[in-house]
Design a protein around this ligand. Structure first.
Ligand SMILES: [Zn+2]
Length: 105
């Protein structure tokens, strides 16, 4: 299992969802933690669960410092409106994935 950091693509992505670990209903932030097991998307995890993983096994999971840095670099979702999103990804099937990548390099 691994955690991939993703940035919300459009502001509408920020609706509450259930954590894939603790099953608590939570409000996701712009930087989101996607749990991937065996290359399958298991679901989004809440920030508390994500931070716990990072504290317990910082070699494998993003650390609290990495979340801080990601939050600083990505204060808002990539697109604000559906129209803006449609215009940007039109004809480019990879645009959405590229837009959601969080880079800490
Ligand atoms: Zn959780």
């Amino acid at each position: 299992m691994r955690i991939e950091l993703q940035r919300a693509v459009i502001h509408g992505d920020l609706h509450p969802r259930d954590c894939a670990i603790c099953e608590r209903h939570f409000e996701p932030g712009v930087v989101q933690s996607l749990m991937i097991g065996d290359e399958v998307r298991e679901g989004y995890v809440c920030r508390e669960c994500a931070l716990n993983l990072g504290r317990q096994n910082p070699w494998k999971f993003p650390t609290p410092e990495e979340y801080e840095e990601a939050d600083r670099r990505y204060p808002s979702s990539t697109f604000t409106t559906e129209e803006e999103y449609d215009a940007a990804v039109k004809g480019d099937p990879h645009a959405e994935y590229r837009a959601s990548l969080v880079s800490l390099a």
